[in-house]
Ligand binder design. Structure first.
Ligand code: MG
Length: 469
């Protein structure tokens, strides 16, 4: 406790000195490590009993573990659009009732005039790189290099797309925790900037190569403020790991994959320490949505949360989140509400940049909590959009469901006879429905939903529906 207090005082003193000494300002570096379909219960520090994640556990111990942190949508494309822009995906047309995400035959992407975190940080002269899965448009005009990133290396959409004709149905194998697919069955391209450098990409080595490219980028920019967005395309199915990790975990291939991702986190932190950048770098680790439960042993775990990917239950949208930065962030367990929507405002604030003021934003500045390790989050509400419709809303401890999807096979809609109400703080698993007991809360939240819908009525048209002719 004493040590904690001392480190908080030291941190405050460093920030103060930085602010008064001319020419001493040193902009922090930012790294986002984004996992794909990683569940709330998949990390050691979030209670997983068999998957070993020592590097992430250490980051959580030295940094902040956020237990009520949300992605703005329970599937890949809209969730990423929200992280990049700080706007609910309905606003920029990135959630759709027609097509749930972007596909290899999609015509659209994140509209080029949307402003990304990378573009905001560019205003402060950051070097920027995106490594890994993009999934915000694979056509040249939508690639990361058109959205503020100096460099891109990765796959433009999900690793299960472009399935070769005649390939076995992966779903049939998902009961075998060790089943390893053939990477050649997925004709997914690997791009460097706008150029295809490998197809099909060798997914057995892809995690390792993303880490190597990330380390290279950090080394190249060690004297310059940088922003690295490392978006692993795993543990989204089909699962692949480097041969050195195959068969090494107690949780089958899914555990092997996660332990390799954790190894990569260790490599990045070691690089920061070697280069003496650890005191001036903020690392955010989180996931794009909850676990894909219909793939059984090849999907993750949402721990105590209900349901998973594709649903607006907590298991779909509450994600395990760690902020680390020993010279920047006070350690602590944070049970305040936050969202990937807030990353834009938070990073902009820490970098002395401005968030866009010419459009509606949904991004709050969490930096006071990062700095102090305490305080109340400015985020009081959260809206759960799903395929272009508002499915649920949270205000404080209360959550209302207007619509639901079937907890495992989320393609199926569930028709509710009445809105369902949960106290999400005392009932994290959404087990005890309370609408009859608190009708006034139901009315209050319904009113809140109407206000939010009115506020998003000027949304851009659907960007996901159109296919290439
Ligand atoms: Mg995903």
């Amino acid at each position: 406790m004493k040590l904690l207090r001392f480190s908080s005082i030291l941190l405050a003193l460093t920030c103060f000195l930085n602010s008064i000494l001319p020419g001493q300002e040193k902009l922090p570096n930012f790294i986002i490590i984004f996992a794909d379909d990683l569940g709330y219960g998949d990390l050691g520090c979030f209670g997983n009993p068999t998957i070993h994640t020592p590097n992430l556990d250490q980051l959580a111990a030295e940094g902040q573990k956020w237990t009520q942190f949300y992605v703005a949508d329970p599937v890949c494309t809209p969730s990423r659009a929200a992280l990049m822009t700080g706007r609910y995906p309905i606003r920029n047309g990135m959630t759709s009732p027609v097509r749930v995400v972007l596909f290899p035959d999609s015509k659209g992407g994140l509209p080029p005039d949307e402003i990304t975190i990378a573009e905001v940080l560019k205003s402060r002269n950051y070097a920027t790189a995106a490594v890994g899965k993009w999934h915000l448009g694979h056509l040249p005009e939508f690639l990361p290099t058109q959205q503020g990133f100096d460099y891109y290396y990765g796959i433009p959409y999900s690793n299960d797309m472009d399935l070769m004709a005649g390939s076995p149905n992966y779903r049939n194998e998902a009961n075998d925790p060790d089943f390893l697919a053939d990477t050649r069955n997925y004709n997914v391209p690997l791009l460097e900037n706008e150029v295809e450098v490998e197809r099909p990409s060798d997914q057995n080595t892809i995690t390792r190569r993303y880490v190597e490219k990330s380390v290279e980028f950090i080394k190249e920019n060690q004297t310059h403020p940088f922003f690295l967005y490392l978006a692993h395309n795993l543990p989204h199915i089909p699962l692949f790991a480097h041969p050195e990790f195959i068969g090494t975990s107690k949780r089958g291939l899914y555990g092997d994959v996660l332990e390799e991702i954790d190894w990569g986190v260790g490599q990045i932190i070691e690089t920061l320490k070697d280069l003496k950048l650890d005191q001036n770098t903020i690392v955010l680790f989180t996931s794009d949505n909850g676990p894909w439960l219909s793939f059984r042993t090849h999907g993750g775990s949402a721990g105590p949360l209900r349901a998973g990917k594709g649903t607006s239950f907590e298991g779909g949208q509450r994600v395990p989140t760690i902020f680390w930065g020993p010279g920047q962030i006070s350690p602590g367990l944070i049970s305040e509400m936050g969202s990937t929507l807030d990353v834009m405002h938070t990073f902009a604030s820490l970098a002395g940049a401005k968030i866009p003021s010419d459009r509606k934003m949904d991004s709050y500045d969490l930096s006071p909590i990062l700095r102090s390790g305490k305080g109340v989050s400015p985020r009081k509400q959260f809206f759960y959009w799903n395929r272009g419709e508002l499915h649920a809303a949270r205000s404080g401890k209360w959550k209302i469901h207007l619509k639901q999807r079937e907890p495992v096979h989320y393609g199926k809609e569930v028709i509710l006879s009445h809105p369902e109400l949960f106290n999400i703080e005392t009932d994290i698993s959404e087990k005890h429905e309370l609408s009859e007991m608190f009708p006034e809360k139901v009315d209050e939240l319904l009113e809140l939903c109407e206000q939010h819908k009115a506020h998003t009525a000027d949304a851009l048209p659907d960007q996901l529906a159109a296919k290439i002719d």
